[in-house]
Design a protein around this ligand. Sequence first.
Ligand code: GMT
Length: 376
Amino acid sequence: MERLKIGITCYPTLGGSGVVATELGKLLAEKGHEVHFITHSMPFRLGKFDKNIFYHEVEVNDYYVFKYPPYDLSLASKLAQVVKLEDLDLLHVHYAIPHAVCALLAKQMVGPELKVVTTLHGTDITVLAQDESLSDLIRYAINESDAVTAVSQDLIQETRQLLGIEKPIELAYNFVDKRVYYPREVTSLRKEFAHPDEKILIHISNFRPVKRVTDVVEIFDRVRQEMPARLLFVGEGPELSKVLCKVKELGLLDRVTFCGKQDDVAQLLSLADLMLLPSEKESFGLVALEAMACGVPTIASNAGGIPELITHGETGYLAEIGDVEQMSQLAINLLKNESAYRTMREACLHRARYTFCNDVISRQYEALYYRVLGKP
Ligand code: GMT
């Protein structure tokens, strides 16, 4: 197949969309394509040097007349420059706002032969599209992109409903690299976190209100009344102090570890027995897939795209948003039943490996690029 030159723009700091965009770029580079990341800082999962991967930093001019430095214009201008300089075939942008809009502006500048593929990740639709000052712009970004993908069927439906979009939106689930996400050997590391008879529960997020992180504490509190257990929090964000207060209020400080932001998530996941993801909204829930690939089932809320990822009773359990009582009961029953747990763990490994596998999804994106470019 012809080698493509692909530009990728995403949010390069912590977050599932940045992880997916970066991992996809790495996989495409492995397949021999030339991949150019065009972002305001180095994507945090970029890792080691690869001769097919390039990074172009977007610098924002903070001229004194600007009340707000115009990042979006700097990005559009940089995209157009890189496309021309490197002769890129297409831009794959993650998030409609601002990235798709910037890519469309770059396309106006360089010509219609440049193709724009936009991936919707969630909050660009579920939050921003509700804002009337932005909804027309998001609709424009989707309608004018050469192809649009979304990370769950639920997100596709919500996009159609909220914005009245008729254009086809292709489903491209998130994925995990099975060479990175697998149950690691962590016997000695586990001893540093818990006694052998203790269960380890884990929550990983950006601690935004939508994650309902205090529910995690409530669930954990009920679980540890039934069995010896510990809770690991990975990540940081605006709700962290509220969570800390809740942990103190319930007298759980000696049972809870705050690990902060971490790079080697597979290692930490491999320590855990159960992942908790009681979010208000989640268009996919990448972190639950990462847990699944490490053999860790998730107790989650029945929200957004989560049921497309977690099959209730097979690879985890779902309960209504905010129903901490039911979530705790499900967690307790599962952790007490060794054989049910073993079966669920196997199902997790199988589902992550075969349904959300890096090979399958990267091939899907590749096929989409060739189609958009009219290259059979
Ligand atoms: O969930 C977040 O707060 C971050 C956001 C992001 O930009 O990474 O996550 C969204 O995209 C992820 C990758 O596709 C999905 O796994 C998350 O479910 C989605 N978050 C929401 O829909 C709230």
